[in-house]
Design a protein around this ligand. Structure first.
Ligand SMILES: NC(=O)c1ccc[n+]([C@@H]2O[C@H](COP(=O)([O-])OP(=O)(O)OC[C@H]3O[C@@H](n4cnc5c(N)ncnc54)[C@H](O)[C@@H]3O)[C@@H](O)[C@H]2O)c1
Length: 252
């Protein structure tokens, strides 16, 4: 266990699996008390139980990030329970790839609600708590899709590009209360979810296009979030840290 976040209180949204789960585990391993938020409290609690079994401090909470009031109440309860609030990782996303002609209002609304509005609601809920704690760090999970054109990904690319823009604006606004706001932009990460929906051929092509010759791992992303969450990055704000093995650079 490291101690870079000892005494800090953090929340990670969409934390019951994938990148969010790995990030929550790494922040806890650095000494943070971590609230794992997900749509169902028992999903989040199962992930939190694993962290506790490994010696960390964690709790699982049910919260739909597209519900502003629920997010304000949930982060407020974390702050009340532990007496401070320092780190928020806006990771939750709901996504479907659809060609332009097939984009449905309900899928677009949900993607924007979770992946864009949910990030703003998270920052809105967290900022006053962090300011009262003397400052904090917000890390928004974007994607290289914010910079690249992905076929059938108009909505996803648009939402993630939006996340990079709101990150810079929030950094400019919240610096005066010592809150840093940054984003991490991963390329394809090797998760069960990705393996389920992306064909072997496409994964092989992505590996081929990546100078470092592999997909990212959930740990690669968690380590980037840890850097932005802790004091190692305490003069860094408004940045989008691309974690992609060189993919976007090589393609540009
Ligand atoms: N996996 C990748 O290859 C990859 C690449 C680039 C960026 N990203 C981004 O990283 C983040 C995590 O990706 P992942 O692959 O681990 O995702 P995932 O789909 O495996 O997990 C997302 C989590 O968010 C939760 N969630 C969905 N809607 C929610 C809501 N309304 N409220 C609360 N929680 C909700 C889900 O239940 C799930 O636990 C996302 O923002 C994604 O866009 C992922």
């Amino acid at each position: 266990m490291g101690g870079r976040l000892k005494g800090r209180v953090a929340a990670v949204t969409g934390a019951s699996r994938g990148l969010g789960r790995a990030t929550a585990a790494l922040l806890a391993a650095e000494g943070a008390i971590v609230a794992l938020l997900d749509l169902k409290s028992h999903w989040a609690q199962a992930a939190a139980d694993e962290i506790v079994a490994a010696g960390g401090q964690a709790l699982g909470l049910g919260c739909d990030v597209s519900d502003r009031e629920a997010l304000i109440a949930t982060l407020g309860s974390v702050n009340d329970q532990f007496g401070r609030f320092d780190v928020l990782v806006n990771n939750a996303m709901w996504n479907v790839y659809e060609p332009l002609a097939d984009i449905r209002p309900e899928s677009l609304d949900r993607m924007i609600g979770v992946g864009f509005s949910g990030v703003i609601w998270g920052m809105q809920a967290a900022a006053p708590l962090m300011a009262a704690s003397g400052g904090g760090s917000i890390v928004n999970i974007a994607s290289v899709s914010a910079f690249l054109g992905i076929p059938n990904g108009i909505a996803y690319c648009g939402v993630k590009a939006g996340v990079t823009g709101l990150t810079r604006a929030a950094a400019a606004e919240l610096g005066s209360v010592n809150i840093r706001v940054n984003a991490v932009a991963p390329s394809t990460v090797d998760t069960e979810g990705v393996r389920r929906v992306v064909s072997e051929d496409r994964i092989a092509k992505r590996v081929d296009q990546t100078p470092l010759g592999r997909l990212g791992s959930t740990d690669d992303i968690a380590k980037a979030v840890r850097y932005l969450a802790c004091e190692d990055s305490d003069f860094v704000t408004g940045q989008v840290l691309t974690v992609d093995g060189g993919l976007a650079t090589a393609l540009s």
